[in-house]
Write a protein that binds this ligand. Structure first.
Ligand SMILES: NC(=O)C1=CN([C@@H]2O[C@H](COP(=O)(O)OP(=O)(O)OC[C@H]3O[C@@H](n4cnc5c(N)ncnc54)[C@H](O)[C@@H]3O)[C@@H](O)[C@H]2O)C=CC1
Ligand SMILES: CC(=O)[C@H](N)C(=O)O
Length: 373
């Protein structure tokens, strides 16, 4: 009899645990300081809905990094200034602060995050907070905390409030055992950085919450992103931004990767447009929840050659950063994004020549000015 009671208790626990796929649809609900719980998805507080005819109410976490301000600008144009809230743990510059709603949000503070989502009736959550590849290797504990614990907060809040959740992944979610030229969507993923490991975790957890709890999780694996008016936050692909700034300021550039290191790259406008497109794509078009996207693939040497066409005097030298080189050598050289192109019509606009012209023009020079160096 005692054995039967124990078995019954164990069965009850299994049925109540997140691993159980039976019974009614459930969403995880976490209260402050407690572990995740499950509540029937038709519980009365879970009534936030997003009608496709309304504008979404968007929250961007980690919004003061390389990508967030540009994304806020694009989304505000589309959905209205006050419907897009930027958040971060840093202090915004005046122009950012006065360009639309900004709020302090530390993704490690679950209660604060939840309050923001509730008080602002958020319907879309764009989760940009992260420590990137090189910075992550220099501070593994913090990267683990922000990129993994922070993600858990985001997932629970998104599931609890029925949000559409976008989390970017990266070429860094692949590793030396992945096919590198090209790298398809589905293949072995054994990254060797805490950044990559945390991003594979994000992909898998997001998809798990999608299939298990119905979370509307959407994820793009970005290549290295190149932007003129925002600085990268400590990644392996940062050289491809820095070359433009140094070329214009000093006419010299010291590259921290080998000249023949090939990596997939994209201009920021394409990246942000892709993000909006997948967020707006009808769910029926998405045969997957995590897609590679790509625009071009080049080496430092090829990039320098293209810049030389505008600035023949540019002097490029190479002084390797062993950590970044090791990371780059394990990442994809070319990215196969055919599923994104087929499923929801992804198409890049900027190739290498277009990128270089745009960056140099934006930063205040072009081939006509090259002679002044
Ligand atoms: N920029 C790129 O080339 C690529 C970016 N991605 C992904 O896109 C997302 C955005 O990237 P970037 O803007 O380049 O990153 P970034 O490093 O420039 O910015 C990240 C932001 O997260 C914030 N943050 C750190 N800890 C936080 C916390 N506890 N709470 C709230 N915010 C916190 C930082 O203050 C920073 O403003 C990241 O998830 C990154 O992994 C993916 C592939 C390529
Ligand atoms: C490609 C990325 O994810 C990022 N730019 C990095 O280099 O860490």
């Amino acid at each position: 009899m005692a054995v039967l009671k124990t078995l019954a208790r164990a069965a009850k626990q299994v049925l109540q645990s997140p691993g159980c796929g039976c019974g009614s649809s459930i969403v995880p609900v976490r209260f402050i300081g407690a572990s995740p719980r499950q509540v029937a998805s038709d519980a009365s507080f879970h009534s936030v809905s997003f009608s496709e005819t309304d504008h979404p109410r968007v929250l961007i976490t980690g919004g003061l990094g390389q990508l967030g301000v540009g994304l806020a600008k694009l989304l505000r144009k589309r959905f209205g200034k006050n419907n897009v809230i930027l958040s971060d743990i840093r202090k915004p510059a005046d122009n950012v602060f006065y360009s639309g709603p900004f709020i302090y949000s530390d993704i490690l503070d679950y209660k604060n995050l939840r309050e923001i989502v509730v008080n602002n009736r958020i319907t879309w959550l764009i989760h940009y907070s992260a420590l990137l590849s090189a910075v992550g290797e220099a501070n593994v504990r913090l990267a683990r905390s922000v990129n993994i614990t922070g993600l858990h907060n985001i997932l629970d809040i998104a599931a609890e409030h029925g949000l559409r959740l976008f989390v970017p992944s990266t070429i860094g979610a692949f590793g030396p055992d992945s096919p590198r030229n090209p790298t398809p969507d589905l293949c072995i993923q054994r990254p060797r950085t805490i950044y990559g490991v945390s991003k594979v975790h994000a992909e898998l957890m997001g998809e798990y919450y999608h299939y298990r709890y119905g979370l509307d999780f959407r994820c793009l694996r970005y290549p290295g992103i190149i932007s003129a008016d925002s600085q990268p936050g400590g990644g392996t692909t940062d050289y491809a931004v820095q070359i433009f700034h140094d070329a214009i300021k000093t006419g010299k550039f010291e590259c921290n990767l080998k000249p023949d290191t090939r990596l997939p790259m994209m201009y920021i406008d394409d990246c942000l447009r892709a993000t909006l497109e997948i967020l707006e794509a009808p769910a029926d078009n998405l045969s997957m929840r995590t897609y590679n996207i790509n625009a071009m693939s080049f080496t430092p040497e090829e990039l320098a050659q293209e810049v030389h066409k505008h600035m023949p005097e540019l002097h490029v030298t190479y002084s390797l950063d062993a950590v970044r080189q090791g990371i780059a050598d394990s990442w994809p050289m070319n990215f196969d994004d055919s599923n994104a192109r087929n499923d929801w019509g992804w198409k890049h606009e900027y190739d290498l020549p277009e990128l270089v012209t745009t960056m140099l023009n934006f930063l205040g020079t072009d081939s006509r000015l090259a002679s002044t160096y």
